[in-house]
Ligand binder design. Structure first.
Ligand code: ADP
Ligand code: MG
Length: 223
């Protein structure tokens, strides 16, 4: 679904990483780790076409990113759900409206029952009418997850989704991501939390990639 061939990215100060070749297949589960500043968020941005690679080739859903039209990119992005690191919401809209936004904003049909089922699944069934500023950190992360998957994406990308959460809440969120993967969605999670990776690896077959020394390496079995 997402294929990198000899990809490098450079913001202008020298390559952040280079020679990256990797495939994220249907139904797979990947972690991306590495120290702060290594390029994890940059890697995710390449995975949903927010950035173009400086060299090499990125293919999203069988189409070369570099040759997509705007419409093709928009269509491709509808199949990729993203949980951003900072999870911003429209604060004057309810949780329910925010979660439905990816569909309503692109003119796709939205069924109220789909939103309420999804909110129940992430444990926010009673918070549908709440405004985002009243949510706790864990609730925000779960609302962001619901919003990322309302359009039934083939791939879910999550950037440090447990960054501000305590361990119990991190485990809850991870269980939702594992369940989503079991239902067939490919999942890629950027995190520097090795405990979280160990927790997930006890329940799902996950590959761990690490950005280190400007290369993408597959982490060994020590994790
Ligand atoms: N838009 C940008 N322009 C220039 N440099 C950037 C930009 N975004 C990120 N960087 C730099 O690229 C490096 C990697 O950033 P990032 O991908 O956010 O790393 P990570 O998510 O692993 O912490 C950092 O040094 C960061 O300052
Ligand atoms: Mg980051």
């Amino acid at each position: 679904m997402i294929v990198f061939e000899d990809v490098a990215h450079d913001y202008g100060g020298g390559p952040l990483f280079r020679d990256v070749s990797v495939r994220l297949d249907k139904g797979s589960f990947h972690f991306l780790t590495g120290p702060s500043g290594a390029g994890k968020s940059t890697f995710l941005k390449l995975c949903y076409g927010e950035l173009l690679p400086s060299s090499g080739k990125v293919t999203l859903m069988n189409r070369a990113l570099q040759s997509m039209t705007r419409d093709q990119l928009a269509e491709t992005r509808e199949r990729i759900g993203v949980v951003h690191q900072d999870c911003q919401f429209l604060d004057h809209l309810t949780v329910e409206q925010n979660v439905g936004l990816p569909l309503t904003a692109t003119g796709r049909p939205l069924r109220a029952s789909d939103v309420s089922d999804l909110l129940t699944w992430v444990g926010l069934g009673t918070r549908a009418e709440a405004l985002p500023p009243t949510l706790s950190g864990g609730e925000r992360q779960r609302a962001a997850l619901a919003r990322a998957i309302i359009g039934a994406p083939n791939v879910l990308l999550a950037d440090e989704p447990t960054g501000n959460l305590d361990w119990e809440m991190s485990q809850r969120l991870m269980m939702l991501l594992i369940e989503l993967n079991r239902m067939g969605t490919a999942v890629l999670i950027a995190t520097h939390d090795l405990n979280l990776i160990r927790f997930a690896k006890a329940q799902v077959q996950a590959r761990v990639m690490r950005i280190s020394g400007r290369r993408l390496q597959l982490a060994g079995s020590e994790l």
